[in-house]
Design a protein around this ligand. Structure first.
Ligand SMILES: [Mg+2]
Length: 263
């Protein structure tokens, strides 16, 4: 097996909403049997890694929590490394707040105490939160964020995601958010490589979004596989100018590409 690890986006690649994409479970099982580690990514910071592991298991892909990396996890790891002991103001939902507290960070709503404002996908965002973050940033706090997604796809269209919150904070403060750690940030790749003890050249990045999954993989020096079961189609591929190593109708085609079909 050419790849020591295969890194998968989840929604649009492994499943669509709550339905498994045909052939995904068998493909993952065969890749694992051939000795490849399988890692599952998500930019969504509103669910814990445990919740993603439960979802994958429910869909027939039993997965260790250690093999799941989402943007809130990457944010926690980045803060631990770069701003240890920082006092945080978090615009986020229960799950990321819990993860940050568990990692030992102190959270505060007093602008003068805050070292870092953490923006993330927060469906309880309101004017009060904007005001606290505004005051904290004006008092010198740094602005960082979990993910750059404009919206999170849902069966009815979508929900405004972290990009909207970043834009609100940047608009009123004139401060640029840096970094945004989720896909396509190299910070997400670095976190995964450190965790796996691998080099990008030994990994295959598989996903349905050109501007996040495929761009991140290419920029990191990984082989990339675009699947056409989610966001991208051949027209978007052409316009993007990106050249994935392989383009497959679905994840089920991966076994043949890795010479594992029929084995
Ligand atoms: Mg996707």
């Amino acid at each position: 097996m050419k790849y020591k690890a295969c890194i998968f986006d989840q929604d649009g690649t492994i499943y669509l909403g709550n339905s498994l994409i045909s052939g995904a479970a068998e493909t993952i099982a065969r890749l694992r049997a051939a000795g490849s580690r399988t890692i599952f990514l998500s930019n969504n910071p509103t669910k814990t890694r445990e919740q993603y592991a439960e979802k994958l298991a429910r869909l027939g892909i039993p997965t260790n929590v250690d093999d799941i990396v989402n943007s809130s996890y990457v944010m926690v790891e980045w803060l631990k490394e770069n701003t240890p002991g920082a006092c945080l103001y978090v615009i986020g939902e229960e799950s990321i707040i819990g993860e940050l507290k568990e990692a030992g960070f102190v959270l505060s709503e007093k602008p003068g105490e805050v070292d870092v404002v953490v923006a993330s996908f927060d469906r309880t965002f309101d004017y009060h939160k904007l005001q606290v973050a505004f005051d904290a940033i004006n008092a010198g706090a740094r602005l960082v964020a979990t993910n750059p997604d404009r919206y999170c796809p849902t069966p009815t269209g979508g929900e405004p995601d972290c990009a909207a919150i970043i834009a609100a904070l940047e608009a009123c403060t004139g401060v640029k958010c840096d970094p945004v750690v989720g896909k396509p940030s190299p910070i997400m790749v670095r976190t995964i490589m450190e965790k796996l003890g691998l080099l990008p050249k030994d990994c295959l990045m598989v996903g349905d979004r050109l501007e996040t999954d495929i761009r991140m993989g290419i920029e990191a020096g990984m082989d990339t596989c675009l699947v056409l079961t989610g966001d991208a189609d051949r027209e978007k591929l052409k316009i993007s100018g990106l050249k994935p190593t392989m383009v497959l109708n679905s994840i089920a085609g991966l076994l043949e590409m890795c010479n594992l079909s029929g084995s």
